[in-house]
Write a protein that binds this ligand. Sequence first.
Ligand code: SAM
Ligand code: DTB
Ligand code: SF4
Length: 347
Amino acid sequence: MQTHAHTPNAHGHADAERRNLTPWRTEDIDALFALPFNDLIHRAQQVHRAHFDANAVQLSTLLSIKTGGCPEDCAYCPQSARYDTGVEAEKLMPIAEVLEAAQRAKDNGATRFCMGAAWRSPKPHQVDAVGEMVRGVKALGLETCVTLGMLRDGQAEQLREAGLDYYNHNLDTSPEFYGQIITTRTYQDRLDTLARVRDAGLKVCCGGIVGLGESRRERAGLIAQLANMDPYPESVPINNLVQVEGTPLSGNDAVDPFDFVRTIAVARITMPRAMVRLSAGRETMDDALQALCFLAGANSMFYGDKLLVTDNPQAEADRQLLTRLGMRASSEAQLSTCGDDTPCAAH
Ligand code: SAM
Ligand code: DTB
Ligand code: SF4
């Protein structure tokens, strides 16, 4: 449920294309999850091909600009100060180091640079400092994304003026299951930040995590929340829980890999024009499983040897994987549709 009225912004037309005019009911999404695997993947491929070039993938590189020492209690997170995970609290990274990392990401072929900070919510001087980083990264010719926690009034606008393209803020799971994972901020707090981001004219990057211990119905509940945002997010990261020793969720049962692929497929079907990102958790996936994720409609991934504090596959291995699959890296702008219903692959 969103409490903020959406004011028109600079992206009015594109926003209209990401409206599900009939809201998705959780039971209908649950029914998608229950389809035979081959039927579900077939549907997802059809939707994917109607809106995107099915052989292109967008590459985003992450950097943790402020690591560890976070006051929040997110049960999955290695950066929470409440859990003994071996991650040391650090200060905000100097801007020169951030820009060096961004240049390396660009040289390696990334088109978006995402900066993450282990904050509950940024203080005014911290938004000033991150704004300078955004300005610098943008000047290198990269798309910019930041994830800084909850935003107060005016902060999203300040970031947009600095040149920010995307703000990442995940719902993580369904409203019903959420309280078992995080107690230090509410689901509504998250929706409020997302509304501020949208109203400021920023693009929204919002997704969740599979493997927290949620049921299939709760997984469907997360997708319903995302798909019924009006408009739904431009960018939807689907993370597979990275289990980090010391966090309460370390030792969880691993997700059936096919259920992870199903989640990608259901996100693709319910949010046809979104970039669906194959996000955290690729270290424990083999090449065949990742290929299935692309087949199910993933068209973006995190690229670079590290996520925030945990490992991601080596960039060279990813380049080889894409080559073996006959896929190529592409920016989101090149990937998205032309505004009508003609598949872009035909152009
Ligand atoms: N501190 C800010 C916040 O939480 O709003 C931004 C950074 S936080 C690390 C960004 C997202 O990373 C989380 O919302 C969660 O979805 C994802 N994440 C964190 N730890 C993870 C893990 N161990 N496995 C998978 N995803 C994780
Ligand atoms: C998102 O959905 N996943 C990224 C990004 N947004 C910020 C973070 C994944 C973190 C995985 C564990 C870690 O390295 O901290
Ligand atoms: Fe802090 Fe973000 Fe980790 Fe939660 S997910 S503990 S808010 S860094």
